[in-house]
Design a binder for this molecule. Structure first.
Ligand code: SDX
Length: 436
């Protein structure tokens, strides 16, 4: 992974019509492709660049996460996701993402205490839930209530105040699980379950989701471990769509609650975080392994909008390392819970056939993080509609860490992409009686 080639210092761009050339600086990072810094391009050439969907455009420098798509490697502050998933906890990973280093024991304890003591939400937030239909999608509820946090915690919205940024980050990491559990309870018509400070973060979250007044939720070690891993695996992922949304919202100096709410809306799409729900729906639609060939043909058919959900990735052109860990957890949880899950068998058969199909091989389409996560979440008792909410619970720390990194940067410039205008040339207004 370390760069082997001697780094170029400049890149020369030549206009083939006029012969004019411009030298652009090349910047290199710790790993990954070097970047051509094009900030001076328009001034020097009068041209913009065009890269719809940002397939080859870097939006920022970041020290938080690195993905090697060809090798299928994911690092958080230099630590491999496979080691973090195995050895760390979600709150320790949160600390690492936020502050850049693994905490000392005392630092971790203090951080855990801060988060624990912020898990309750303002009692009046319950009224906000009452405004939703009971059958509202929990992601719709989350878009609403997370944005509403700015109406309840306005004492920590000064984005230029380091301490207030810190408090907002802690409140978001601590309270979004509570709001998520409330969304699940609201959708089920069950009473909300208050957080308990005697429980660790992940146990507390499961308790708020599954306890009922009639019966305390029994915490089972394999389920807690699987939930912990799922939270670690989804925590951050470079400049994905929802993180880029958060950064762009933050660049206008919007408050952190509003920025995280914008991340939730972007994550909801089935091409992004909504894929975990879509995978389960797809497996239900396929129904039986005999139907797999028909669905693979549909996935290849450009005239058919059907895609193989949970497959493919903009960056990974190899196995998504998170999918590998997720699959191990799948086997473990289902075995320990004694659940014989036909959907897992179907998913594994689908993966096996797809990975031997030239269409998927040629396009380097491998299972991504969403392919197996839904199977575990369903086995743990979560309704399908909650899957993307759980992704948002985990990714909140990635979003707020990236927002924090942007706010700590030397300058905060509003993000404002340009475009190539291909519409009508200027033309005079036509009165109604003259229109054809
Ligand atoms: C996440 O960015 C991140 O880091 C996201 C994420 C994170 O942690 O934040 O990793 C989380 O969003 C994971 C991805 C979850 N989405 C899905 O599983 C939905 C199914 N996947 C596809 O929609 C797609 O693969 C994307 C959106 C994930 C990536 O799309 P790209 O990079 O824009 O790829 P593409 O559409 O340009 O595809 C290249 C080719 C195309 O065929 P050709 O035009 O070359 O013939 O591959 C085909 C695509 O049609 N293709 C698929 C496919 N994914 C890509 N064909 C069938 N099924 C698929 N799933």
């Amino acid at each position: 992974m370390p760069n082997k080639t001697e780094p170029e210092k400049t890149f020369t761009l030549t206009n083939d019509q006029t012969g004019e050339s411009v030298k652009l600086p090349v910047v290199e990072g710790t790993y990954g492709p070097h970047c051509i810094d094009i900030r001076g391009l328009h001034k020097a050439t009068g041209h913009f660049t065009l890269d719809p969907s940002f397939t080859a455009t870097g939006s920022c420098k970041s020290k938080i996460t690195y993905i090697d798509g060809d090798e299928g490697v994911l690092l958080h502050r230099g630590y491999n996701i496979k080691e973090l998933a195995k050895e760390s906890t979600y709150l320790e990973t949160c600390y690492l993402l936020l502050y850049g280093e693994l905490p000392q024991e005392k630092e971790l304890k203090e951080f855990e205490d801060v988060i624990t003591n912020h898990t309750m939400v303002h009692e009046q937030i319950k009224e906000v839930y009452e405004g939703f239909r009971r059958d509202a999608h929990p992601m719709a509820i989350m878009c609403g209530v997370v944005g509403t946090m700015a109406a309840f915690y306005h004492d920590s919205l000064d984005i230029w105040d380091l301490e207030q940024r810190e408090i907002s980050a802690h409140r978001l990491i601590a309270k979004i699980p509570t709001l998520a559990a409330m969304a699940m309870k609201y959708s089920k018509g069950q009473p909300y379950v208050y957080p308990r400070n005697d429980l660790k973060f992940t146990e507390n979250f499961l308790h708020m989701c599954f306890s009922v007044p009639a019966e305390e939720y029994k915490l089972r070690a394999p389920v807690v471990r699987a939930m912990e891993r799922i939270l670690i695996l989804h925590a951050d992922h470079e400049q994905n769509a929802s993180t880029s949304t958060v950064r762009l919202a933050g660049s206008s100096q919007a408050n952190p609650m509003a920025c995280i709410a914008s991340g939730i809306t972007s994550l909801w799409g089935p091409s992004h975080g909504g894929a975990n729900q879509a995978v389960l729906e797809m497996l239900d639609e396929i129904g039986h392994k005999d139907n797999i060939p028909e669905f693979l043909e549909r996935a290849k058919d450009k005239n058919d909008p059907f895609k193989l959900m949970g497959f493919g990735h903009r960056v990974y052109k190899n196995f998504d390392p998170r999918a590998e860990v997720m699959k191990e957890s799948c086997d473990e949880v289902l075995a320990e819970l004694g659940i014989d899950n036909p959907q897992l068998e179907l998913a594994m058969e689908l993966e096996k056939i797809a990975l031997n199909d030239p269409y998927f091989i040629d396009r380097k389409l491998f299972p991504n993080v969403d392919f197996y996560s839904g199977i575990i979440l369903k086995a743990m008792g979560f309704p399908v509609e909650m899957f993307t909410v759980l992704f948002a619970v985990s990714r909140t720390v990635g979003w707020i860490s990236q927002w924090k990194e942007m706010m700590e940067g030397s300058t905060l410039k509003i993000g404002r992409p340009r475009q190539l205008y291909t519409g009508e040339p200027e033309r005079p207004y036509v009165p109604m009686n003259k229109r054809k």
